[in-house]
Design a protein around this ligand. Structure first.
Ligand SMILES: C[S@@+](CC[C@H](N)C(=O)[O-])C[C@H]1O[C@@H](n2cnc3c(N)ncnc32)[C@H](O)[C@@H]1O
Length: 319
C-alpha cells in the first residue's frame, strides 16, 4: 500500500462517486452553461474522462455533430446506456480507453473535461488533457475549462480542532495519538472553511492557461512560495486551498465565499493550533507533485513570524 492517504481512484468506476458529481448542481450547471456557450452547431467535441457521459450528452444537446466520450473505467458502460436512454447514440461515441492511448478518426473543435480536484491540479489529469490537446485539438480550437487558478490562505479549520481533541482524548480506552500524527501529514478534503475563517488575504498559487500551458510544465510539480500578513488576530491551524476555473466565460470555484460544491475546501494542517496576532507574517511553501495516474502528493511548509519552519508531506503518513 502506498500510504494511508493514497486516494482510491478506482472509485471512479463506481456510480456512487459519479452520483455525488451529478448531484452537485453548482458544478454541473456551470459546465452546462459553458458547453452551451462554447460548443457551436456542427462542432466535433472530445470529452476527456467522460464518466457517466453527462458532459458529452450536454455537448450533443448544444449541437455537436460528433462527441467522443473517452473514459478509462468501467463506468463507460453506464455512459453508453445513458447516451442511449437520451437517444444520442448517433452522435455520442463512448470509447473505453485511457485518453493517452486513444486514436480518434478526426481532430476536434472543442475539448471538454472536468479534470479538477479540490485545488485543481491534484487529480493529475491535466497532463493527459494537454497531451490530448496537442494531439487532437484543431488550431484555434477551444478548451473547457480555459483557465484554472489555485488559491491559498492561512485559516482556522474548526472541524480539525474538534477532531484533534477527539484523537487526544483516549476515547474507547485506546491511545489514538497516531491518528493525530498522521492527520497532520494529510491534506484534509471537503472542509467547511468560510470566509470568516481566513486570517489573511488569499493569494494565487498558480494560474494555468489550458490553451497555452506546455505539456512538459503540467508533468512537473506545481509549486508556490507565498508570504501572508494576518489581517486580524485569531486561531491558525492550516492552509485552506481551492481552485477558481474559467470555463470560457462561466466561473466555477470552490472558494470559501462561493456556493457549496462537492469539493468543499482542502486544508493542509499545521502541527498544532496556534494563536496569532494581527500583522503576523506567515511564510508558506506548497508543492503538488504528480505521483501516478489519478493522484498527487503534497508537501507544505509553514513559518510563523521568526519561528522555525514546520514541514509536512503526504508521503509522511506512510509506515
Ligand atoms: C472528475 S470525473 C468527471 C466525470 C464526468 N466528466 C463528469 O463531469 O461527471 C473524471 C473522470 O476521468 C476519468 N479519467 C481519469 N483519468 C483518465 C484517463 N487518463 N483517460 C480516460 N479517463 C480518465 C475518471 O475515471 C473519471 O471518470
Amino acid at each position: 500500500m502506498d500510504g494511508y492517504t493514497t486516494p482510491e481512484w478506482g472509485a471512479y468506476q463506481e456510480l456512487s462517486l459519479h452520483r455525488v458529481m451529478l448531484l452537485d448542481r453548482v458544478r454541473t450547471d456551470a459546465y452546462r452553461a459553458a458547453i452551451e456557450r462554447g460548443v457551436r452547431p456542427g462542432d466535433v467535441v472530445l470529452d476527456i474522462g467522460a464518466g457517466t457521459g453527462i458532459l458529452s450528452i450536454l455537448a450533443a444537446r448544444a449541437g455537436a455533430s460528433t462527441v467522443y466520450a473517452v473514459e478509462r473505467t468501467r463506468i463507460h458502460e453506464f455512459a453508453q446506456d445513458l447516451v442511449e436512454d437520451n437517444e444520442l447514440e448517433a452522435r455520442v461515441r463512448v470509447i473505453h480507453s485511457d485518453i493517452e492511448s486513444v486514436t480518434l478518426p478526426e481532430p476536434v473543435d472543442v475539448i471538454v473535461s472536468e479534470w479538477m480536484g479540490g485545488i485543481g491540479v491534484d487529480e493529475n489529469l491535466l497532463a493527459p488533457v494537454l497531451q490530448a490537446r496537442d494531439r487532437w485539438l484543431k488550431p484555434g480550437g477551444r478548451m473547457i475549462p480555459a483557465r484554472v487558478a489555485g488559491w491559498l490562505a492561512p485559516a482556522h479549520d474548526r472541524e480539525q480542532d474538534d477532531e484533534m481533541r477527539f484523537w487526544a482524548s483516549g476515547h474507547y480506552g485506546v491511545d489514538l495519538g497516531l491518528v493525530a500524527d498522521c492527520t497532520t501529514q494529510e491534506h484534509l478534503w471537503n472542509r467547511n472553511v468560510a470566509p470568516a475563517d481566513l486570517l489573511a488575504e488569499p493569494q494565487r498559487m498558480w494560474d494555468l492557461d489550458a490553451h497555452s500551458l506546455p505539456l512538459a510544465q503540467a508533468e512537473k510539480d506545481f509549486t508556490a512560495r507565498l508570504t501572508f500578513v494576518t489581517r486580524r488576530p485569531g486561531r491558525f491551524n492550516g492552509l485552506a486551498a481551492w481552485f477558481d476555473a474559467d470555463l470560457g466565460g462561466v466561473r466555477l470555484t470552490n472558494a470559501p465565499d462561493a456556493p457549496d460544491t462537492h469539493w468543499g475546501r482542502f486544508v493542509f494542517p499545521l502541527d498544532d493550533t496556534v494563536e496569532v496576532d494581527a500583522g503576523t507574517r506567515i511564510e508558506t511553501e506548497h508543492s503538488c507533485d504528480p505521483a501516478g495516474p489519478g493522484y498527487t502528493h503534497h508537501r507544505w511548509a509553514v513559518r510563523i513570524g521568526d519561528g522555525n519552519w514546520q514541514y509536512h508531506d503526504t508521503r509522511g503518513a506512510v509506515i
